[in-house]
Design a protein around this ligand. Structure first.
Ligand code: NAD
Ligand code: UD2
Length: 307
């Protein structure tokens, strides 16, 4: 098939492009390179540098594509709080532009990158797809709106739509340098360069970390499983790992102690996060295959090659 990957120069998108190419598909990438990098786009993919806020451009690149994987977004929660107009324009209007193009260009299916952020801080765990959605940031609100748009398209216009609610994704190419980078990318980078890490709070907070390759597999299933259209799925491992446990595992892998200083808990942090992935297992055939430890080993190996 021919696929369009918006955000294909980013962390998750570039891994998805790589797998699609490996499986023999033709891939076009639309990315404005705002957080993504040209170098992330694997050879063999067609890169169009452009903005999903530009409806005409999205329409043009969607032409001839059977599936759109919509990964492009303003991904930072703090950025969405600082400038909600910009994240609204990218995350809601940009998503609508993708859907309008899909309708006009007769794309078969759109697979949307949603987020655990749509659940907000309501503490009941694990989160199932029927749990209360109560986002507490513009980013979470925008992902929830985007998801509703995507899931309404099958009924309204006959364009299939699937929404994947990613939990905490980690792996190679996740940028460790911004103050809001995923905790694993920061800890692994610091551990490799012998620097101290900061733990915000007591380190007993936990997350449901999932390796990027499992997220890619979920996307491929979401693009092909016939009954998935109109459905939202949690994509995680269904296990929680505390930051203290994470640091212990990283220390074991790199073979030395990692010095850590405790800082005040981050404002707005949730304490624990955990997904129920029963629906993705039973309806998509999704089966996460990389443990947190195995994923950490692969990430650290990748960083070792780079340093
Ligand atoms: P990323 O920043 O690496 O990727 C996003 C890509 O979108 C970048 O390449 C960026 O340049 C591009 N982009 C941003 N605005 C654009 C625009 N206006 N037009 C065209 N391209 C634009 O982040 P990621 O972690 O790979 O995230 C991919 C998707 O997964 C996003 O939709 C994000 O919200 C979602 N998600 C990620 C996580 C996670 O743990 N990383 C968790 C939940 C959801
Ligand atoms: C994730 C998403 C975010 C949003 C949110 C919704 C990532 C990178 N972020 O934020 O976009 O969807 O979920 O709930 O996926 N921490 C440290 N030291 C560090 C960095 C982080 O202690 O150097 C802590 C942080 O305070 C938090 C935990 O690690 O308690 C995880 O932080 P994160 O930014 O990786 O992910 P999270 O779940 O806060």
């Amino acid at each position: 098939m021919r696929a369009l990957v918006t955000g294909g120069a980013g962390f998750i998108g570039s891994h998805l492009v790589q797998r699609l190419l490996r499986e023999g598909h033709a891939v076009r990438v639309l990315d404005d390179l705002s957080t993504g990098k040209r170098d992330n786009v694997p050879e063999g993919a067609e890169l169009v540098v452009g903005d999903i806020r530009n409806a005409a451009m999205v329409d043009e690149v969607a032409g001839g594509c059977e599936v759109i994987f919509h990964e492009a977004a303003v991904v930072s929660v703090p950025a969405s709080i600082e400038d909600p107009q910009r994240s609204h324009d990218v995350n809601i209007q940009g998503t609508l532009n993708v859907l309008l193009a899909a309708r006009r260009q007769k794309v078969r299916r759109v697979v949307f990158a949603s987020s655990a952020a749509i659940y907000g801080e309501e503490p009941t765990l694990p989160k199932g797809e029927l749990s209360i959605t109560a986002p507490i940031s513009p980013y979470g609100i925008e992902k929830l709106a985007g998801e509703h748009y995507v899931l309404s398209w099958p009924r309204l216009y006959g364009v299939e739509g699937v929404s994947l609610r990613y939990f905490n994704v980690f792996g190679p190419r996740q940028d460790p340098r911004s103050p809001y980078s995923g905790v694993i990318s920061v800890f692994a980078d610091r551990a490799m360069t012998g620097r101290e890490v900061s733990i915000y709070g007591d380190g007993e907070q936990s997350r449901d970390f999932v390796f990027v390759e499992d997220v890619v597999s979920a996307n491929l299933l979401a693009a092909t499983v016939p009954g998935a259209s109109g459905r939202a799925f949690n994509i995680a491992r269904g296990e929680r790992t505390s930051l203290n446990a994470l640091l212990g595992t990283i220390a074991k892998i790199v073979g030395r102690e990692i010095s850590a200083k405790h800082e005040p808990a981050r404002e707005g942090d949730i304490r624990h996060s955990l997904a129920d992935i029963t629906r993705a297992r039973s309806e998509l055939g999704y089966a996460p295959s990389v443990s947190v430890e195995a994923g950490l080993r692969r990430l650290i190996e990748h960083l070792g090659e780079r340093h």
